[in-house]
Design a protein around this ligand. Structure first.
Ligand code: GLN
Length: 221
């Protein structure tokens, strides 16, 4: 027997509309993409693994995780992702680069491999492996400009630092790199945010939250 007809207004209310956050691509060629995916889900975004050019279709933003920037650079080339990714970023797609991801997004890499690519979408010069041997990995707490709720825990693993930040770059946090010298470790230029540390490896989700909010409400800068 045919089901009784459903009045149009009842039909509309049967299934609540799902609340879908932005689709955030996570470059998953190498490195700790899984931890970023978890963090993105926790702040209401939809992570999408990006391994091939077709995966970029439909993503609203991109996270480039930590790992090994020289390996990622080679894999970007061999996967065919380098050009389409650079084009989306040049077109203003919001992006978060952490550690090796920061290196890949920089204008210039110091102590890199000569054949290492950088995407040049944030006007910074980045030095790889900038911390001394005994501090190759450490955790510290950072004062982040404009961030409420106290200092942000930051896990540094063979981390880079910013040696030069251009006039368009906002330096949001710095840390001591030795002998009283401080260098930027969290920067933003327009829709691009980069960190020397791994926000996905601590339980504090404020940086991912800030990034996802910036996708939903782009700044007028
Ligand atoms: N030292 C690494 C590089 O040069 C980055 C380290 C990291 O991402 N944790 O790529």
């Amino acid at each position: 027997m045919a089901a009784p007809p459903v009045a149009p207004d009842e039909r509309c209310h049967q299934v609540p509309a799902p609340v879908l956050g932005p689709a955030v691509g996570v470059l998953a060629l190498q490195g700790d993409s899984g931890e970023h995916a978890k963090a993105l889900i926790e702040v209401g975004a939809r992570p999408v693994e990006v391994r091939r050019p077709a995966d970029l279709v439909g993503v609203d933003a991109l996270v480039v995780p930590g790992g090994e920037s020289t390996t990622m650079s080679m894999l970007l080339e061999s996967s065919g992702l380098l050009s389409p990714l650079a084009a989306r970023l040049a077109d203003g797609m919001p992006a978060l680069g952490t550690c090796a991801g920061m290196i890949l997004m920089a204008r210039r890499i110091l102590d890199g491999r000569p054949d290492q690519h950088c995407l040049g979408i944030i006007d910074i010069d980045v030095r790889r492996n900038a911390f001394g041997r005994q501090r190759e990995s450490f955790e510290s707490y950072l004062d982040v400009a404009g961030m409420e709720g106290g200092r942000l825990p930051a896990v540094f693993i063979r981390a880079p630092v910013v040696e030069r930040a251009g006039p368009e770059v906002d330096v949001l946090a710095s840390t001591e790199v030795g002998s009283g010298v401080c260098r930027p470790v969290l920067c933003r230029q327009g829709a691009v945010t980069v960190s020397s540390f791994h926000p996905e490896l601590s339980d504090d989700r404020r940086l991912h939250q800030m990034f996802v909010s910036s996708i939903l409400e782009p700044r007028s800068a």
